[in-house]
Write a protein that binds this ligand. Structure first.
Ligand code: NAI
Length: 409
């Protein structure tokens, strides 16, 4: 029986912004030989020129891939954002050009959870204030406001990827874990859900926030919420800057209602290192301020390199789009005994029939067909025992409303 395989030597991978070597190694281990890497971001004419040849591009957050640029990349079939967010890419436009965009949403989850636990211990021991005094030559050996975390209540707002990791770590330290989430969640270990945010705020010794930025979460911690928190409670925000009204928190620190705060994210964050940073909490010694580095660890960078490279290779090798942020998802294993075609088209009636007619009119039996659609596009993967010459791709492309076609092997 004939074995089909993808000719990977013809696929050009362009990696910008010093993407982690894990990614480069992963491409190599999987047979990709044409890999071009740059330490820096590219833009304008330089980027446009490089995009003429690239089939796959990997970027971090500084390279912008806007519609006009993506349109001018004739061969590009996949974009990898080696980052958590994908704001740097026009993802909807990429979809309409038949290009899935992948990212690494969970690679730094553990890094955030570890920082939160460390901050929880530091705040409940009153370390930030003692540290600041010691730096100012003041010796303040005191037990006031210094407690163990063991046996205390941690209140987690948002029990998603990060919140549930915080839950596991906190429980292993002997904390009682309570959480509030708008969705029903599976409690890990002995963690207990509570019915309302207010219920959580009333019982927690430390409240930690792990929700996304939405209309519902904007300023979800403000004067009213802080006032029902326990006296001497601590607050940690490593989620999004607009989830907390920092002015209300500053008032609560001034009145000594809260005993400590850690903030990693802010409504206004400098765009780059060296730019001035201003926030209401800077005047307080019992506040830990960090520059949005909750997820910034070497491990997270390495994980991101691996996670995105895996998704890109999987798509390139098999057509699987699992993990794409802008695309319908199909999950498939390689099947060397069949020839595999990918057809991405506008979601209008009749296209699929024409694709099927294309094969049947040549007397070719379709042995498997996998279709997913969204309101805009349809993505179908077709397996045949055909051995059609790759030149038929032109004819498949001529089917009206076709966006992109690939013969994998
Ligand atoms: P996730 O999507 O896995 O979890 C979010 C949870 O919040 C979900 O369970 C959701 O149901 C819940 N939720 C949504 N709205 C809610 C509401 N109004 N009330 C209560 N619960 C609500 O997200 P993940 O990965 O855990 O990230 C959480 C936050 O952490 C995000 O805002 C993300 O941007 C931020 N983050 C911060 C980093 C940093 O460097 N500081 C790094 C990575 C993520």
């Amino acid at each position: 029986m004939k074995k089909y395989s993808l000719d990977k030597s013809r696929i050009k991978v362009l990696l910008l912004e010093g993407i982690h070597e894990n990614a480069i190694n992963y491409f190599r281990e999987n047979g990709y030989t044409d890999i071009e890497c740059y330490k820096e971001a590219l833009s304008g004419h330089d980027l446009e020129e490089k995009l003429q040849q690239a089939h796959i591009i990997g970027i971090r957050s500084r390279t912008e891939l806007r519609r006009d640029l993506i349109q001018k990349a004739p061969r590009l079939f996949a974009i990898g954002c080696f980052s958590i967010g994908t704001n740097q890419v026009d993802t909807s436009d990429a979809k309409m050009l038949g290009i899935p965009v992948f990212n690494a949403p969970f690679s730094n989850t553990r890094s955030v959870a570890e920082l939160v636990i460390a901050e929880c211990i530091m705040l409940m021991r009153g370390i930030p204030e003692k540290n600041a005094l010691a730096h100012n030559k003041v010796w303040q050996k005191s037990v006031r406001n210094s407690v163990e975390v063991r046996g205390k209540n941690i209140g987690i707002v948002g029990y998603g990827h990060i919140g549930s990791q915080v839950s596991i770590l906190a429980e292993s330290l002997g904390m009682n874990v309570f959480y509030y989430d708008i969705e029903k969640k599976l409690s890990l270990g002995n963690a207990r859900p509570v019915a309302t945010l207010d219920d959580l705020l009333r019982i927690a010794d430390t409240v930690t926030l792990h929700v996304p930025s939405t209309k519902l979460t904007r300023n979800m911690i403000s004067t009213g919420q802080v006032s029902i928190m326990k006296k001497d409670a601590c607050l940690i925000n490593a989620s999004r800057g607009d989830v907390v009204d920092y002015k209300a928190v500053a008032d609560a620190l001034r009145s000594k209602h809260l005993s400590g705060v850690a903030a990693d994210v802010f409504p206004e964050e400098p765009a780059s290192n060296g730019e001035p940073f201003l926030n209401e909490l800077q005047e307080f010694n019992n506040v830990i301020l960090t520059p949005h580095i909750g997820g910034s660890t070497l491990e997270a960078q390495a994980n991101i390199g691996m996670e995105v490279a895996e998704k890109l290779v999987k798509y390139s090798d098999t057509g699987s789009t699992i993990g794409a942020v802008n695309f319908v998802e199909i999950s498939l294993q390689p099947n060397a005994s069949k020839q595999r075609f990918l057809h991405i088209h506008k979601n209008v009636p009749g296209v699929l029939r024409e694709v099927n007619d294309f094969f049947s009119s040549r007397g070719i039996n379709i042995s498997a067909e996998f279709l997913q659609t969204d309101p805009d596009i349809g993505y179908v993967i077709i397996e045949t025992e055909s051995e059609l010459d790759p030149s038929v791709i032109r004819e498949l492309k001529n089917i009206p409303h076709t966006i992109r076609v690939r013969i994998l092997y």
